[in-house]
Design a protein around this ligand. Structure first.
Ligand SMILES: [Zn+2]
Length: 302
């Protein structure tokens, strides 16, 4: 998805700025808590909300849900230069460009789908109901959404730009920070597979929650070929996330298959370096690896 998520600190700064802005800024804040794509957000209608705006009073304690439908009419409103709301006719630029008669959430191979997005954040729910009890659709185009986000980032003093994709990536990363599983995140975001959540786990600094399919012998072979190595290098050697590599290394160290071989000066401290333990490899049945280690010219165990 190529979004660059906000850090937790930036998320708070952004939220404050969105809340203290005009109604468009407040609506933009909704993106943080829903992960809607730019075209979903700009094509959102009052009837996507469950409960519907007219019955929200009767459902006080429920968490509202945004039900993204399989198709919708194009947005019906536009913003004037002084933020006045106008009716619009015909299709928006996005739908016209892409040739949609009606808007629908993504092409068949797209990573955004028909889905239900709960809105547990009360401020966000309040903003949505405040808007959609007055108007039937959002009033801005994809382009003005991008522009307004950039301006909001500037006003908030974030020191970086924000795009709709960044907002969506922030939503995904925050879900991982809140301990949602990869499958739950994929479902909430309408991703076709939980494997697409990897970037959120990486941004949150957490190992992915699915098996990475790297066998012990693959990891041991990589260590044997590159030793001495430090724990945090091991993930990179086999193409898995750094923290996942460190975790696997700790496991191999616990089992005695990998042992301390020395130290290396890091940026700030001395780091322990590791290599494989041929004796234990043999004992645990990694015979092929033992052969490889001993045929390696640099290593001899006479
Ligand atoms: Zn449209």
């Amino acid at each position: 998805m190529n979004g660059d998520p906000l850090t937790q600190e930036q998320t708070i700064t952004f939220q404050k700025a969105a809340k203290s802005g005009d109604f468009v800024d407040r609506l933009l804040g909704v993106l943080l808590h829903t992960g809607l794509t730019a075209t979903e957000f700009t094509h959102m209608h009052d009837n996507w909300l469950d409960p519907l705006p007219e019955s929200i009073e009767a459902c006080e304690d429920t968490v509202p849900i945004i039900r993204i439908p399989s198709e919708a009419t194009c947005r019906k409103l536009k913003l004037g230069v002084n933020l006045e709301i106008h009716q619009r006719t015909g299709r928006c630029g996005y739908c016209k460009d892409i040739g949609y008669e009606k808007w629908f959430p993504g092409q068949p191979d797209s990573d955004c789908r028909v889905r239900n997005v709960p809105v547990p954040d009360e401020d966000t729910a309040r903003t949505l109901y405040w808007w959609f009890s007055r108007y039937s659709s959002t009033p801005i185009s994809v382009n003005s959404l991008k522009n307004r986000l950039s301006k909001l980032a500037e006003r908030a003093g974030l020191g970086r730009n924000i795009t709709p994709r960044d907002m969506r990536a922030t939503y995904g990363t925050n879900l991982v920070r809140m301990e949602f599983s990869s499958r739950e995140v994929a479902e909430l975001m309408g991703l076709s597979t939980h494997l697409l959540t990897r970037e959120f786990f990486e941004a949150a600094g957490r190992p992915v929650d699915w098996p990475e399919n790297k066998s012990d012998s693959t990891i041991l072979a990589a260590i044997a070929e590159n030793e001495p190595v430090i724990k945090t290098e091991i993930g990179g050697l086999v193409g898995i996330h750094k923290s996942a590599g460190t975790k696997r290394a700790s496991d191999l160290i616990d089992r005695g298959l990998v042992v301390k071989v020395g130290e290396r000066q890091g940026k700030v401290e001395r780091l322990t370096t590791y290599g494989v333990n041929p004796e234990m490899l043999e004992e645990e049945g990694f015979d092929e690896l033992v052969d490889r280690c001993s045929s390696d010219g640099e290593k001899s165990y006479e």
